[in-house]
Design a protein. Structure first.
Length: 279
């Protein structure tokens, strides 16, 4: 439960709801040549735009497995905050982080005269905005618009005829994406109907609503996607079956946290979109 709270709070308080923007600096500055990324998503965007400028990345499960970051300095480890000292030692022209989660570090760097950029991504269009902002800041930048569109090609369908999908993230509480959420925007992009999009309510995590047992009985999805951070998705699915007597076991699908709930990386986004497209 503690791990799930951390993962969702990181996602919803840092990467969600808002636009990419410069923190404490005018974006009309000289093109940067040395960039430190504090999140796996910002690292992926930077290395896709110009791999030669990336000099530091976070030490996460996503970056540590990616050969593109081999030899680059890790400025954080796991869930820990990035080290200001390690970042300063790299002498960066720009440090890119997630507004909210990295605010303390970015503020400290600003006071020391380091250029910073804080980005938030709560919908697909915010991902595109973040990429364009970075393209405008980085020297010899290449456009990644076509790369992004290929990750999750838009599929059109009637808002009332697409497959109705219920996404349940976590166990206690069970959360489902509302209109202003990353996973909700993926469903819209792929022509799928979000079963909880129009439901009133909220949770402590912006963009998500808490799903009580009564609400589970009230919604009538055609597919149920389950994200369980503990990894025991099969047990979670078994516990949900009584709430959806009209569904078969094949109508339930376990999904990964990165890609569907937290963008994580371009690769994880593509994997999530591929899975959603097969529904």
């Amino acid at each position: 439960m503690r791990r799930w709270t951390f993962l969702v709070s990181c996602l919803l308080s840092l990467n969600f709801s808002g636009q990419a923007f410069a923190q404490g600096n005018d974006i009309r500055v000289e093109k940067v040549r040395r960039v430190v990324a504090l999140s796996s998503l910002s690292a992926d965007l930077v290395v896709s735009i110009n791999p030669d400028v990336l000099i530091g990345v976070p030490g996460t499960s996503l970056t540590n497995k990616d050969p593109r970051y081999s030899g680059l300095k890790r400025v954080s480890n796991g869930r820990s905050q990035p080290s200001v000292e390690l970042i300063l030692a790299l002498n960066p022209d720009l440090v890119v982080g997630a507004e909210g989660f990295h605010s303390r570090v970015l503020n400290a760097l600003n006071k020391l005269g380091v250029n910073t950029l804080a980005v938030k991504v709560n919908r697909w269009d915010r991902l595109e905005e973040a990429s364009r902002t970075l393209e405008n800041r980085i020297v010899n930048a290449g456009s990644i618009d076509s790369q992004l569109s290929k990750l999750c090609p838009t599929q059109t369908s009637s808002k009332t005829s697409g497959t109705s999908v219920l996404i349940l993230a976590g166990v206690s509480p069970k959360l489902s994406p509302g209109q202003q959420s990353w996973s909700g925007s993926l469903l819209d992009r792929l022509g799928l109907v979000n079963s909880t999009k129009g439901l009133p309510g909220s949770s402590e995590f912006s963009g998500y609503i808490t799903m009580s047992n009564e609400r589970l009985l009230a919604v009538k999805p055609e597919k149920v996607l389950v994200v369980n951070p503990s990894g025991d998705s099969e047990q979670t699915v078994r516990s949900l079956i009584p709430f959806f007597p009209g569904l078969k076991a094949s109508d339930f699908k376990a999904m990964e946290y990165y890609g569907l709930i937290n963008p994580g990386s371009l690769s994880s986004i593509q994997k999530a979109c591929t899975a959603l497209s097969s529904l």
